[in-house]
Design a protein around this ligand. Structure first.
Ligand code: M6R
Length: 616
């Protein structure tokens, strides 16, 4: 949940650290801090509660000494509130060594007691400070940062990425990871560490993923990766596919506004290179893996939040195309529910970040029970794809806004491609049908672009409704997960009560919530897809309208049946039922973003949230 950056080389380290933290701020934004080793060989730190801007202003007013080595941290509080004291870095008792940390050290209380028994005192309530003091004690014993680090990481339980510097070894940053992300940026006479490649992509596009249970030491001259016992580990560098400008706002009012505008590209780029000349699906990453998918008898999708809703949408398509049963489980519920998982189960994880701890743990749980694992992921070098048998990357580009938008449509796209691939491998769909569905997917970007042209009307609606305290969302079939996703966006961004329901469930309880003026978004399925479903939703609309609801219908062009009952209609282009969610979700995203702006809230960094949830 925290963002971590480290640098050693020839540049002013404070610039590299602050730029890196700016790009990682989506990971946590309740406090931030840096530690640099000055040219005179002393360690200087600065840390402040609040967003990165607070630290930035502080450093501008009172600059830190010149330095070319340092570490930086942006925090999402777990142990101890967001105060100056609890912000990272934390120092050893002699103040010569600084540590930053992402994750939770589960046995910190025991370590703290041990150190307190030896007379050490603590300035914060954090688990991290226990590691910093312990590391300082080990440094006194060994006089060597690598050795001291090795002694400490082996003692820590839980999930952590830890970086440290010591003023007596000014050209060295050490790091370690266990169930928490860490990537190395490879430069010329300089090297970088980051929670993800965004931390350093403005300086280098060559990266190395540090594996589970590995340590790394970077100097200007090189990078050494070892396991926790100190044995060398071979890692293969990779090239980052996007450049720094992709992670910048580029004139948009928010990252979210920019990311919504990029949704046609997110879909197009995810499809690109995965359609053969004959119009069938060809996923290069899955070549040679047919056996993996031929013998399965069921699919379980594991994911959290928006990613789980993309799984719920895709379940309908995968089941329809492959006739395999597909179950969608929230990752954090999955492994505690004693699920039926065996070698004939394919567990598909979905994660934008590829670092969500709950999802990672679900994948590991499934793999330990012999299941096959496939990752749908947007972040190269992330942990979940590394832990999976196969990966299909979404090519949405970096998603910086905490609320997920373009990753959602890219996830559905990747899952649909996978569903068609699976249908082809298993022979459950004719080639003609596969070509037809693939063509429909290829047409989606243009249709999303059409929906985006209604941005101003949707914004106006949101601004009119800026005092609204509760919004309901209804949908059937693939419209149901969109109702859930629309409600989630509104909760996250506008901090108002919002709930999504399966429209058929209305009469079983939720209709009691309807009172005059209650806004209800309704995902109206195409009458061309199913007359019955369409008719049923129109009667649901009548039922709530009769009780005074204010109905906002999201319906396809030309559907006039909703007109007499809806207060507002947002149009989406014609698409066959399985593809409608890729269009109907867009107005809900724009609405939530605009309502948040109308309320003067922070669209990109909603309160209490972090982009990737790397603690359980
Ligand atoms: O990185 P992931 O896709 O694994 O993240 C999963 C959820 O934490 C994420 O989708 C979350 O629900 C977003 N804030 C939704 O906007």
């Amino acid at each position: 949940m925290c963002g971590i950056v480290g640098y050693v080389g020839g540049r002013a380290s404070i610039d590299v650290l602050m730029n890196g933290l700016k790009r990682l701020e989506y990971r946590g934004y309740d406090s931030a801090g840096v530690a640099v080793i000055a040219e005179d060989g002393t360690l200087s730190t600065r840390k402040r509660a609040g967003k990165l801007a607070v630290l930035s202003e502080d450093i501008a007013e009172q600059p830190l000494p010149d330095s070319t080595t340092g570490i930086g941290h942006t925090r999402w509080a777990t142990h101890g509130g967001p105060t100056d004291e609890n912000a990272h870095p934390h120092l050893s008792a002699d103040g010569k060594l600084a540590v930053i940390h992402n994750g939770i050290i589960e046995n910190f209380a025991a370590i703290r007691d041990e150190l307190a028994g030896e007379g050490y005192t603590f300035a914060s309530e954090t688990d991290t400070e226990a590691a910093a003091i312990l590391l300082g004690r080990e440094y006194e014993r060994t006089g060597d940062l690598r050795e001291a680090f090795k002694a400490v990481v082996g003692r820590l339980d839980g999930a952590f990425t830890l970086l440290a510097v010591h003023q007596d070894e000014p050209d060295l940053v050490v790091g370690a990871r266990q169930n928490s992300p860490l990537v190395v940026g490879l430069g010329q006479d300089e090297n970088f560490l980051g929670s993800d490649v965004a931390a350093f992509v403005e300086y280098t596009r060559f990266a190395l993923a540090v594996g589970e249970g590995e340590m790394v030491a970077i100097t200007p001259e090189g990078v050494e990766v070892t396991d926790f016992a100190g044995n060398p580990v071979q890692s293969t560098p990779f090239e980052v596919q996007w450049d720094a400008s992709a992670a910048e706002k580029g004139g948009w009012s928010s990252f979210m506004a920019k990311e919504i505008s990029e949704e046609p590209d997110a879909v197009a780029n995810t499809v690109r290179g995965r359609v053969a000349d004959d119009g069938t699906v060809r996923i290069p990453e899955l070549e040679g893996l047919d056996d993996l998918f031929r013998d399965i008898s069921r699919v379980i999708i594991v994911a959290c939040g928006t990613a789980a809703y993309s799984g719920m949408v895709s379940k309908y398509a995968i089941e329809s195309w492959t006739r395999l049963p597909v179950e969608v489980a929230l990752s954090h519920e999955f492994r505690y529910s004693d699920p039926v998982v065996d070698a004939s189960t394919l567990v598909v994880s979905i994660s934008q970040s590829g670092e969500t701890m709950d999802t990672l743990m679900a994948v590991k749980y499934a793999a330990e029970r012999g299941a096959k694992t496939l990752s749908i992921c947007n972040t190269q070098g992330a942990t979940i794809p590394r832990e999976s048998d196969a990966v299909v990357y979404t090519h949405a580009g970096p998603e910086v806004a905490v609320a997920s938008t373009k990753a959602f449509v890219a996830q559905i796209t990747a899952l649909y491609l996978f569903g068609l691939h699976l249908a082809s491998v298993r022979g459950s769909l004719s080639t003609e049908k596969i070509i037809e569905e693939t063509a429909e997917l290829q047409a989606v970007p243009e249709k999303i672009a059409e929906v985006l042209t209604q941005h101003d009307e949707i914004a106006q609606l949101a601004h009119w409704m800026s005092d609204t305290r509760s919004v309901l969302f209804l949908g059937r079939h693939v419209g149901y997960p969109i109702a859930l996703e629309g409600a989630l966006k509104l909760k996250e961004l506008a901090y108002i009560h919002a709930e999504g329901f399966a429209a058929g469930e209305l009469k079983h309880g939720p209709i009691a919530l309807i009172e005059p003026g209650q806004p209800v978004f309704v995902m109206v399925p195409s009458p061309r897809g199913s007359q019955t479903m369409h008719a049923k939703i129109v009667s649901n609309i009548q039922e709530i309208r009769a009780r005074g609801a204010r109905v906002i219908a999201i319906a396809e062009e030309g559907d006039v049946a909703v007109l007499p009952y809806a207060d507002s209609v947002i149009r989406v282009p014609l698409a066959s039922p399985l593809f409608e969610p890729l269009l109907t979700v867009i107005p809900t995203q724009i609405f939530a973003m605009e309502l948040s702006e109308a309320k003067g809230l922070d669209v990109d960094q909603p309160r209490n949230l972090a982009k990737s949830v790397t603690v359980e």
